[in-house]
Design a binder for this molecule. Structure first.
Ligand SMILES: Cc1ncc(C[n+]2csc(CCOP(=O)(O)OP(=O)(O)O)c2C)c(N)n1
Ligand SMILES: [Mg+2]
Length: 363
């Protein structure tokens, strides 16, 4: 019996703006108009400032654990930039502030979340996003639900979900991919490959050459891009979103980036990784290279930078004031916002505001 090849493919990597600010004008033509590139830069700078302040809030005891987003802003903001805020869903874990803010979430919600205030998870009416997901890899399944509903209701909407390289090994992510591709749902799976899942390096977690290969098994379009290059992210995401919206075809996008900070403020990455890596990645910083590009285009200068830094600092100061200024939640909230209809035993507990489960309220 002759043998024949029944399957063969390759995966492309897209990069447009390199770490020295050199721009591939053929590939990058019309990807982001200059005014929007300025807006995205300003947005990412505000997010970076937010990230620094959130870190300090934790260190000074004013907030609980916080996962720094530092260095991963372009992948997140670039993906959100191509979405239609009024109907496309963005379903993410905890390191996608830049995308969530671009998609409309006021910054104080993320602070409330990490301050342990559930009101940070009550996404304002009309925003097409979910609370940030902490159980790793669960949120792509939620995105499948949104995409399926959108297709069923003929809303012409797309669901974009994010997850990490570590999460790409979770069964839930694979079930979501299988469901999305077999049901032909309008979805994009974005994997932020930042090299680490807490202290587990990529190679201990993924044996494949590139993470994007994981989508091949499910028949998804698969592509890798430089996640610190906002032009590459936008180009790849625009094509993926259009393919999802118009043809119900699923894309797996691997965005290669690096986790510049510790996993969270509860971690100390110096205990398990070599910090010399950080210097290389600092050169690849998404904000740094976009600034070089904007300056070369005559759209940015030191005076603008100084003004933006002052404005971003003021903006974040106001956000912190709003977050810390909220009145304390009512004790009854724990009952009122957990069940649609309260079971009888909880109605009784609500009346007494006490529980028998820890030995109290036994009178
Ligand atoms: C289901 C589940 N298992 C384990 C954890 C503990 N945990 C929190 S973050 C994390 C690593 C996630 O790595 P990755 O998906 O690469 O995301 P990153 O933190 O790098 O953004 C783990 C194992 C969790 N939150 N949920
Ligand atoms: Mg990771």
């Amino acid at each position: 019996m002759p043998t024949k090849t029944v399957y063969k493919t390759s995966i492309k990597n897209i990069s447009i703006l390199d770490e020295n600010g050199k721009f591939d004008s053929k590939l990058g033509k019309d990807v982001i108009p200059i005014d929007d590139a300025v807006r995205l830069y300003e947005h990412m700078m505000r997010c970076r400032r937010f990230d620094e302040v959130a870190f300090k809030l934790q260190r000074s005891g004013r907030m609980g654990t916080y996962p720094q987003n530092w260095g991963q802003e372009a992948a997140s903001a670039g993906a959100a930039y191509v979405l239609d805020k009024s109907k496309d869903w963005l379903v993410t874990p905890y390191r996608e502030n830049a995308g969530l803010f671009w998609h409309g979430l006021p910054m104080e919600y993320i602070l409330w979340h990490w301050m342990g205030d559930e009101r940070g998870n009550q996404i304002p009416e009309g925003l097409c996003q979910t609370p940030i997901s902490i159980p790793i890899g669960t949120q792509p399944l939620h995105a499948v639900g949104f995409a399926w509903a959108a297709k069923y209701r003929k809303e012409n909407a797309v669901a974009v979900t994010f997850f990490g390289d570590g999460a790409s090994s979770e069964g839930d992510v694979h079930e979501a991919l299988n469901f999305a591709t077999t049901m032909k749902l309008p979805m994009v799976f974005c994997c932020q490959n930042n090299g680490w899942a807490i202290s587990t390096p990529l190679e201990r977690n993924v044996a494949a050459e590139v993470v994007a290969q994981r989508g091949l098994a499910y028949g998804a379009h698969c592509i890798q891009c430089d996640g610190n290059d906002i032009f590459a992210v936008v180009k790849v995401m625009r094509e993926a979103v259009e393919r999802a919206r118009n043809d119900f075809e699923v894309t797996f996008v691997e965005m290669v980036t690096y986790r510049m900070g510790d996993h969270t403020t509860a971690d100390d990455a110096r205990r398990y990784r070599d910090s010399s890596n950080l210097e290389d990645w600092e050169k690849k910083d998404p904000l740094r290279r976009l600034r070089i590009y904007l300056e070369a285009e005559g759209a940015w200068d030191d005076a603008k930078q100084e003004a933006l830094e002052a404005q971003a600092a003021e903006h974040v100061r106001e956000v912190v004031k709003t977050a810390e200024g909220i009145e304390a939640p009512k004790t009854a909230d724990i009952f009122d916002y957990t069940f649609a209809e309260l079971p009888q035993d909880l109605i009784e507990q609500r009346e007494r505001m006490r529980t028998t489960s820890i030995g109290l309220g036994c009178d």
